[in-house]
Design a protein around this ligand. Structure first.
Ligand code: AMP
Ligand code: GLY
Length: 428
C-alpha cells in the first residue's frame, strides 16, 4: 500500500522510519518532509497546510492511506477533505481536532465528561480576565484558546504577570486570533507525563508512557519550547496510574466526543500533571507528540501501518502491540537562540558517526539537504534517540551520539531523563 505522510518534523521522521519497516508498505511519500524522511521515502514539495494540493497528490498517486502528523492541517479539515475524496486518512476530523485547536471546547468536553482538570475560566474580554486574575491573587496559567505552535501557555506565579500575559494575548495579539479567547487556569503542582493512545471511535489502545521536557533550560528553566527531549517509559506512570488514566480520562473523553457528535479517530495525546490528588489533564493533543513519538516508536516492535489501518477501519480491538522493554531517551539538538530567533543553513556533520553507535537513531526535524550537505532548517533540528538496558544507559548512549554531531550554535539540554533516573534510584 502506498502511503502519504504529512508533516516535516522529528515526529514525522520517526513515523516515516517506522512505516518503512512495514511489509505492507509500497511507496512512502512525505509532504513536505525533511532531510531525514528523504531516506525513508520520497519527499514531495507540498506544504502540510495545502489541503487542496495534498488531496490532488493523493488522488493522482493512488495513495491508499494518508497519515497526518501535525495539528494545523487536522484542524483545517485535511482528514475530512481526504475522506470526501474517497481516500482513507488517519487522524481526527476538523470537528474532533477542536479538542486541541480550541481549549474552550476541550474544557467543555472535560467538564461534561467529569474529567479531572485544573479549574479554569474562559474570557473573550480583557477587562473581565483582568478583574478575575486580580481577584484571585495567586499563581495562574494563562492560555490562548487557539493553536499557537505549542507556545500559547504562560505560567505566572505572580497575578500581575498573569494580567500582563492576558494583555499580551488579548490586546497585543502576540498569538494572533489564537489569543482572542483565553483560559485562565489554576496552577497545578506535580510531575508531568504524556499518555498517547490509538483511538478508533470506540476502542482505545494505550501506548507506553513518556515524558517531555518542555522548557529550554536545564532543571526546567526558561521559556516554553515545542519539547527539548523525552523518554519512555515514564516511571511516574505506574501500572495502577495508567489504569486510572484509562478509566477516568481516556474512556470518558472518547465517550464524550461521541455524545458531542465529533467521534474521535487517530492518536489522542493526554498531557497530564500527576498531582498529589491524582492525574489531571493539562491538555489534549490530537496527534502524536513531538518529541515523545521518537522514543515511543523506537520501542514499538509491531507494524505501525497495520495499527493505523485498524484505527481507520474501526477494528483496533483486533490489534496487539508489542513493545521493546528497554527504555528509550531522545535528546533534541536545537539551533542557538531557539525558541526565540535563530539562524538556518548551518552545515551538520557527524550524523553517520552518531548513527553507527548501537541502538541509536538520529531523527531529523528542522533539516534540509543542500548541495550534498545536510543543513539546519528550523528551531528543533535533530532528535538523537537511543535504547538502553536501563534508562541511564539509554541516556548515556544518546549523549554519546550527541557529542559526535556538530553544527554552529547547536544547543541541547544536558539533563534529559535525569528526573526518571532519580525517581528510579529513590524507589529502589
Ligand atoms: P499545554 O500546552 O496546555 O500543555 O501547556 C504547556 C505547558 O504549560 C504544560 O506542559 C505545563 O508545563 C504548563 N501548564 C499548562 N497548564 C498548567 C497548569 N494548569 N498548571 C501548571 N502548569 C501548566
Ligand atoms: N511535546 C509536546 C507536544 O507534542 O505538543
Amino acid at each position: 500500500m502506498d502511503v502519504l505522510l504529512v508533516g516535516s518534523g522529528g515526529r514525522e521522521h520517526a513515523i516515516a522510519w517506522k512505516l518503512a519497516q512495514s511489509k505492507k508498505l509500497g511507496r512512502l511519500y512525505i509532504a513536505p518532509g525533511n532531510a531525514g524522511t528523504e531516506r525513508c521515502g520520497e519527499n514531495v514539495p507540498v506544504g502540510a497546510a495545502d489541503v487542496e494540493k495534498l488531496v490532488d497528490f493523493a488522488r493522482q498517486n493512488s495513495v491508499g492511506l494518508v497519515i497526518v502528523g501535525p495539528e494545523d492541517p487536522l484542524a483545517a479539515g485535511l482528514v475530512d477533505a481526504m475522506e470526501e475524496a474517497g481516500i482513507r486518512a488517519f487522524g481526527p476530523s476538523a470537528g474532533a481536532a477542536q479538542l486541541e485547536a480550541d481549549k474552550a471546547f476541550s474544557k467543555h468536553v472535560m467538564r461534561t465528561s467529569a474529567i479531572s482538570t485544573a479549574e479554569g475560566r474562559i474570557f473573550d474580554r480583557f477587562s473581565d480576565a483582568k478583574a478575575y486574575i486580580a481577584s484571585r491573587d495567586e499563581a495562574v496559567v494563562v492560555k490562548a484558546a487557539g493553536l499557537a505552535k505549542g507556545k500559547g501557555v504562560i505560567v505566572c506565579d505572580d497575578p500581575a504577570d498573569g494580567i500582563l500575559a492576558a494583555e499580551k494575548m488579548m490586546c497585543d495579539r502576540i498569538f494572533g486570533s489564537a489569543g482572542d479567547k483565553i483560559i485562565v487556569e489554576d496552577k497545578l503542582l506535580g510531575e508531568e507525563a504524556s499518555i498517547l493512545a490509538f483511538v478508533d471511535g470506540h476502542n482505545i489502545y494505550v501506548m507506553e508512557s513518556s515524558q517531555d521536557h518542555k522548557l529550554i533550560g536545564d532543571g526546567d528553566t526558561g521559556p516554553n519550547t515545542g519539547g527539548m527531549g523525552a523518554y519512555s517509559p515514564a516511571p511516574v506512570v505506574t501500572e495502577e496510574l495508567m489504569n486510572k488514566i484509562t478509566r477516568e480520562i481516556l474512556v470518558p473523553v472518547v465517550d464524550g466526543m461521541n455524545r458531542n457528535g465529533t467521534p474521535y479517530r487517530g492518536v489522542l495525546y493526554v498531557g497530564l500533571m500527576i498531582t498529589g490528588g491524582g492525574p489531571r489533564v493539562l491538555e489534549f493533543n490530537v496527534r502524536f507528540g513531538d518529541p515523545e513519538t521518537q522514543p515511543i516508536l523506537m520501542r514499538l516492535k509491531s507494524d505501525l501501518l497495520e495499527v493505523c489501518l485498524a484505527v481507520c477501519e474501526g477494528r483496533l480491538d483486533e490489534v496487539t502491540l508489542e513493545w521493546d522493554r528497554r527504555p528509550a531517551v531522545c535528546v533534541v539538538m536545537a539551533s542557538g537562540g531557539y525558541p526565540g530567533d535563530y539562524e538556518k543553513g548551518k552545515t551538520i556533520t557527524g550524523l553517520d558517526e552518531a548513527e553507527q553507535l548501537q541502538d541509536v537513531v538520529v531523527f531529523h526535524a528542522g533539516t534540509a539537504s543542500k548541495d550534498g550537505d545536510i543543513v539546519t532548517n528550523g528551531g528543533r533540528v535533530l532528535g538523537v534517540t537511543a535504547l538502553g538496558q536501563q534508562i541511564a544507559e539509554a541516556k548515556a548512549r544518546a549523549y554519546e551520539a550527541v557529542d559526535k554531531i556538530k553544527f554552529d550554535g547547536a544547543y541541547w539540554r544536558r539533563d534529559i531523563a535525569d528526573k526518571a533516573i532519580k525517581k528510579l534510584t529513590i524507589d529502589n
